[in-house]
Design a protein around this ligand. Structure first.
Ligand code: PAF
Length: 274
């Protein structure tokens, strides 16, 4: 695997290729990220990963400074997963001056759910993803469904800007006990880690009720929130939405159950297609 840090080196490394298949990441990689690399590999003529902890998508009280930077381990894992080229820019390379132009995603997509609790998050994500897709000349890009709303917002951005990039969503990788793999799982204490699969279990209960024909979505969401609180979580939301656009859930549509909740000081998100 070749590693490049600058834009000229990236352009030179990409020169022989016509169809980069790109996996953008913020590093601190786990098996979920490596799945994305393995999925991307046959979808292009070169598999490119990026590692960049994007300040723009972190709120002032969030974990930008403490976000784990594990570059050497990440490189070893990417190499083993078959990645061809890693682009790992510094902030000065990707943001040589303050980023004045920013993508402003529409509020109905980006100010709900995660966006309600993380103002500016999707603008920061879209802005860096647009830059990374441009720099890497991506023709395919793979994102995880664990960040379902992020995947959907990026799909809409790529569509509305007519970017020549195919966006591929990859299923969430879970630990044997159901916990969705996440870079932030590393923040959990041993006791919290043992408790963390409850988040997935609550979504499964919700999905089971919907599949069984219960269409009182409001009550189901409230019950799930109450269950999490009883178990010691502080939920931001448990929501049933349409899969296609995250609009309000209606019977007869493919639905998605989404949640974000804090366990101690760690905020986790998860979702389940129904
Ligand atoms: O999902 C992530 O790791 C990040 O939000 C992304 C897409 C790499 C943008 O910084």
């Amino acid at each position: 695997m070749r590693i490049v840090n600058t834009l000229p080196a990236l352009a030179e490394a990409l020169q022989p290729y016509r169809h980069p298949a790109v996996v953008p990441t913020m590093g601190n990689l786990h098996e979920g990220h490596l799945d994305l690399v393995r999925i991307a590999k046959p979808l292009g003529d070169v598999q490119v990963a990026t590692i960049f902890v994007n300040r723009l998508q972190f709120g002032p009280s969030e974990d930008f400074d403490t976000y784990p930077r594990t570059f050497a381990a990440d490189c070893a894992q990417l190499e083993a997963a078959g990645c061809d080229l890693l682009f790992a820019p510094t902030e000065a390379t990707l943001y040589p001056q303050p980023q004045g132009f920013k993508v402003v995603p529409p509020p109905e997509l980006a100010d709900v759910l995660e966006g309600q609790f993380r103002p500016g998050f999707f603008s920061g994500v879209c802005t860096v993803v647009l830059k990374l897709l441009a720099c890497t000349q991506a023709r395919t890009a793979v994102f995880g469904k664990k960040d379902y709303q992020q995947l959907m917002v990026i799909r809409h951005m790529v569509n509305q800007f007519n970017l020549p990039v195919r966006i591929v969503g990859a299923d969430t990788r879970r630990a044997a006990d159901g916990l969705a793999m996440s870079s932030r799982n590393g923040y959990l204490s041993a006791a919290e880690r043992a408790q963390a699969p409850q988040l997935h279990a609550v979504l499964q209960t919700l999905a089971h009720a919907v599949r069984a024909g219960d269409s009182d979505f409001e009550a189901l969401q409230n019950q799930a929130m109450a269950q999490l609180r009883t178990q010691g979580w502080q939920p931001d939301y448990v929501a049933l939405r349409r899969q296609a656009d995250l609009g309000p859930a209606q019977p007869g549509h493919s639905l998605l159950a989404l949640t974000a909740a804090r366990l101690g000081s760690t905020r986790l998100i998860d979702n389940l297609e129904i």
